[in-house]
Design a protein around this ligand. Structure first.
Ligand SMILES: [Mg+2]
Length: 227
């Protein structure tokens, strides 16, 4: 019997990666004179991966990685006005309205009456808190956990803090790497709801058992009722 549901935020409850893709498109256009799009994408991803260790996840780290990549691909000749544009891209992302995915508001409301709901999201504390507040979903959740990494130790710690038995917990999320694999490894359940776009860093091979995959969060209530 599953009594506690963990929800991922970005690209599970609300759109996120589409905002990054849109900004990356603007980044390519800004630097089209200096690098071809595929090369630029590769170098930006390299910078983001290298910088995770110092900045963690989030928009601010993404902006610094864009700036670093712009400096590198222009051999240090990128004009200050282009760097200003990159900073503005980041501010536009941080100010962007929170758009819930289809069915999220109804499903979260329906499940909140029967289950304990915990939002487990990773990234920049300030940005995540702001998104949760603007999502209109904060009151539906019994707890909110903003973590810097989603690994087995993090999930164990979160469940222990809330006194949840892993066997009675299901995590719902769009990332196999962050929401599925570490959760299955601690003996809990996981439901994968793929998003249209997956950040290359989050791509991982789906496991072949102990989890379910659904096309939409709307399929979650019947799945839980039958599980
Ligand atoms: Mg996500």
């Amino acid at each position: 019997m599953i009594d506690t549901i963990g929800f991922d935020g970005d690209d599970t409850l609300w759109h996120n990666e589409s905002l990054f893709s849109m900004t990356q498109e603007r980044f390519r256009a800004l630097l089209a004179h200096a690098a071809d799009p595929a090369d630029l994408d590769r170098r930006l991803l390299e910078a983001e991966r290298a910088n995770l260790r110092v900045y963690g996840y989030g928009i601010k780290g993404f902006v610094l990685s864009m700036i670093e990549t712009a400096i590198a691909v222009t051999d240090g000749r990128v004009p200050a006005r282009d760097l200003q544009s990159l900073i503005e891209f980041g501010k536009a992302m941080l100010d962007h309205p929170v758009e819930l995915l289809p069915g999220v508001a109804e499903v979260v409301e329906a499940l909140s009456s029967r289950h304990r709901l915990i939002l487990v999201t990773k990234g920049d504390l300030f940005d995540q808190e702001s998104k949760i507040a603007r999502s209109g979903l904060a009151e539906r959740f019994d707890a909110v956990e903003i973590v810097s990494e989603k690994d087995p130790a993090t999930y164990r710690r979160v469940l222990a803090r809330h006194g949840v038995d892993p066997a009675r917990f299901v995590m719902v999320g769009n990332s196999v790497r962050s929401d599925i694999l570490p959760v299955l490894s601690i003996g809990a359940h996981a439901v994968h709801v793929p998003y249209a776009i997956t950040w290359a860093h989050e791509e991982a091979e789906p496991p072949d058992e102990h989890y379910r995959r659904i096309d939409s969060v709307l399929d979650l209530p019947p799945l839980l009722a039958a599980w």
